[in-house]
Each structure stands twice: as C-alpha cells, then as structure tokens.
Design a protein around this ligand. Structure first.
Ligand code: ATP
Ligand code: MG
Length: 198
C-alpha cells in the first residue's frame, strides 16, 4: 500500500502569516507531500507567553488562510485535546487514526535548533521525519544536532521570509500596518475582532 504523505505543520498561528504558508508550500513541493495539515497548538510546551487570540480564533484564521488550497487542511486535534500540546501525543493519535498516512514535521529553523529539548524527542524521531526551513537570523547547523535527529532531518531551500507572529502582534498593538504580511481574509478577521490591539 502506498502511504499518503502528509506534512504536519504545527504552531501557535497567533496569527498565521505568509511565512507559514510559504514554508508549507515549499516543503510540499520539495518533498513530494500529498497534503499539509495545519495543526494549531492549544498550549505550546516551549513558549511561556500567553497567546493573544484564543484557540477558536487561531483555528478560524488558519481556515481563512488555506481556503481553496486543495492540498492544505486544518486540524483541531491539539485544541480539542487541551493541556500542553506535545507533538508526540499528536503524532501517536494521528498515526492510530490514519494508518494510510505517513507524517513528516515541517519546522522552521528556530524549532529545528530546539529539537533536542522536545518532549520524548528520541521516540518522536523514530515516528516521523523532520523537514527544516530556514528563518532569517536562525541558520541551521546540523553538526550541532545529535545524529539520531540529524539523520531524520531534511533541510530544504526556501526564500527567507522575515515575518513572525510576534512582530505582527507588536505592529497591531502599535497601530502599524500588517497588510500583506497575512492573507487578506486573515487581515479582515484580525481587524473585525480587534485582535492584538493594546
Ligand atoms: P511567534 O512569533 O508567536 O513564535 P511564529 O511566527 O514563530 O510566531 P509559530 O506559530 O511559532 O509562528 O510557528 C509555527 C511554525 O512555523 C514553526 O515551525 C516556525 O519555525 C515556522 N515559521 C514561522 N514563521 C516562519 C517563517 N517566516 N519562515 C519559515 N518558517 C516559519
Ligand atoms: Mg514561533
């Protein structure tokens, strides 16, 4: 049986922006993925700041961003599960629920570099492969990673996109423009719900 290749694109998506979308599309093309699933976390383990938008708003923004993209899906598994969103828990439940699929994790270089600190990383690295994309100011040096991770990591080329959700939230709170950093339908949702305003 040929397994359907799925890229697992996890994140807080507070809000989703063009860096996320380009990373997903670049990984899809470079690695021949059939689908990319965007999975907003409920509470990410390695982040201490509280998200600015609630889970349902973050999920709604993901839906709006990927609308009409045939290869992209949004999944609420981590929001539904609640608690700390450990990737290992998500992958175990997805692999049980979708035995016809093979999952890879798409991650930006900040996450690649903190992979050694991920919860149960040795087990996770046996269950999935990692697809890494570079972010500005965060080069990936695979020689610094333990070999059990480096052996499971493919680093792909993508145009560097200097966009982060932190910067978007800051811009809104300072009354600055975020147009063209996020898709138009995400922009209108943020404005209508007055998200991230101080
Ligand atoms: P925050 O500033 O709140 O941490 P973020 O922009 O880093 O937000 P996340 O939701 O934390 O977005 O990231 C989800 C995933 O997308 C992570 O793997 C992250 O590395 C990756 N990512 C985020 N922005 C980019 C970007 N501009 N280019 C490539 N990958 C990105
Ligand atoms: Mg981040």
């Amino acid at each position: 049986m040929n397994l359907i290749k799925v890229g697992f694109m996890g994140g807080t998506f507070d809000p989703i922006h063009y860096g996320h979308l380009l990373a997903a599309e670049t990984a899809r093309e470079a690695c021949g993925l059939d689908e990319v699933w965007f999975i907003p976390s409920f509470h990410p383990p390695l982040k201490d700041n509280e998200p600015g938008a609630d889970g349902s708003q973050r999920l709604e923004m993901v839906y709006r961003a990927i609308d009409f993209q045939p290869h992209f899906r949004a999944m609420d598994v981590e929001l539904e599960r609640g608690g700390t969103s450990f990737s290992i828990d998500s992958i175990r439940s997805l692999q049980a629920a979708y035995p016809d699929r093979e999952f890879s994790f798409i991650i930006g270089s900040d996450r690649v570099n903190d992979l050694p600190q991920w919860h149960l990383i040795e087990e996770l690295a046996q269950l999935v492969r990692f697809i890494g994309v570079e972010r500005p100011g965060e080069p990936i040096d695979t020689s610094l990673l333990p070999s059990f991770i480096a052996n499971r990591l493919t680093v792909i080329e993508m145009p560097l996109i200097e966009i982060s959700s932190t910067d978007i939230r800051r811009r809104v709170s300072e009354g600055r423009s975020i147009r063209f950093l996020v898709p138009e339908k995400v922009y209108s949702f943020i404005k209508r719900n007055r998200l991230y305003e101080s």
